[in-house]
Design a protein around this ligand. Structure first.
Ligand code: URA
Ligand code: ZN
Length: 364
């Protein structure tokens, strides 16, 4: 059974050029005399303070040969690559559709260089019109290596419960493409304390802001009835659904006890959180612990959780001079192995790759 990584990013060279040409987030710059590049991409890194130094960024982000080498080191047979955050969200609306088309062509051509080893989630021009987005979704469905789209949580700037997104959900459902829903925007800095939590590096926005952002975004989709209207819409949640597996019961209970929703008739024919979790939501296994992984498997089912790495983020620290296997990857492998007993080999194989091959149709 192949090992498949469904959460693995790239910034293609053309996108890198854009990052290098910018001086506001998102951007890439160096700090002379050092000529090595640093990435500033998160809203919490904006504006840059004197102590924020971003993260190192090198060819592992844009050189596909390095992705393949990483796959070989970690025994990954197939990767489903996606543009990393913030995707095309910051593009002016006028050029966004053309940029998406060029980028998706580029990703598809990259996959074609390694047939059978690479597939991709395409990028959408979220600052363009609904019609342009829908036309890009339809185009992606005819591209050989595309299996869905990667998307942030902002939609048209107002979140994913925005009714203006109905046409987008309908097109994705109709073409059978999976949405890979990924965080970027986090939480307002103030929740991290008077300094915005800067004294703790990027720990608070990445460890907590990202998963909570995903949890809130998917809860709003659910509450606004997206999955009541589009019952075949499949959404793969990054980082094992943020905190959704842990909070699903509370979410369901708060819905059942909400007088306003009840009075307005909004809960009469709704599908439950549990039902949606089992039929429409896929969870990645990028959660770094047996506890989190078991929760993901409990709510979505072992046949709907999919291995991922988040490469090239979370590399071994330069400061420690670590080489070889990445701790961020071995931690996730270990969590999967520890979560299942000796009689559950089939579940482990499914989670590591079989589920992805089946659900994303990963045959050339
Ligand atoms: N940091 C990011 O900015 N993106 C990821 O996907 C992971 C870590
Ligand atoms: Zn990621």
């Amino acid at each position: 059974m192949p090992i498949v990584d469904i959460h693995t990013h790239v910034y293609p060279p053309s996108y890198m050029q854009i990052l290098e040409s910018r001086s506001t987030v998102p951007y890439v710059r160096s700090f002379p005399p050092s000529n090595s590049s640093r990435l500033f991409v998160l809203p919490s890194e904006d504006p840059p303070s004197t102590t924020s130094t971003g993260r190192p960024i090198g060819p592992e982000y844009y050189d596909i040969a390095q992705k393949i080498a990483f796959m070989d080191t970690h025994k990954i047979d197939i990767s489903v690559i996606s543009l990393a955050n913030p995707w095309l969200d910051f593009f002016p609306s006028s050029g966004a559709a053309a940029a998406a088309e060029a980028l998706n062509n580029d990703l598809n051509a990259t996959c074609d260089k390694f047939p059978g080893r690479l597939f991709a989630f395409g990028a959408l021009p979220m600052s363009a019109s609904v019609e342009e987005i829908v036309s890009k979704i339809k185009r992606l469905s005819g591209m050989k290596y595309m299996r869905g789209v990667v998307m942030g949580t902002s939609g048209f700037g107002k979140g994913l419960d925005d009714e203006r997104l109905n046409g987008v959900w309908a097109a994705l459902e109709e073409t059978g493409q999976t949405v890979f829903l990924h965080p970027h925007y986090g939480l307002p800095k103030e929740v991290y304390g008077p300094t915005g939590g800067e004294e703790y590096g990027l720990v608070l926005p990445l460890a907590l802001g990202f998963p909570l952002e995903t949890t809130i975004a998917v809860s709003r989709m659910l509450l606004s009835g997206v999955w009541d209207r589009y019952q075949g819409l499949s959404v793969l949640l990054a980082h094992s659904g943020g905190t959704l597996p842990f909070l699903a019961g509370r979410l369901e209970s708060c819905i059942a006890h909400d007088g306003k929703l009840h009075r307005e008739g909004k809960i009469a024919n709704r599908r439950t959180v549990w039902d949606i979790l089992q039929k429409n939501i896929l969870l990645d296994a990028v959660v770094y612990s047996e506890v989190g992984l078991k929760a993901a498997v409990d709510v979505a089912g072992a046949d709907r959780v999919l291995f991922g790495t988040d490469h090239p983020f979370f590399p071994p620290l330069e400061e420690n001079g670590e080489k070889g296997e990445w701790l961020s990857v071995t931690t996730n492998y270990k969590a999967i192995k520890d979560a299942f007993g000796p009689g559950e080999v089939e579940k482990v194989e499914g989670l590591l790759g079989g589920n992805a091959v089946r659900l994303l149709r990963l045959e050339v």
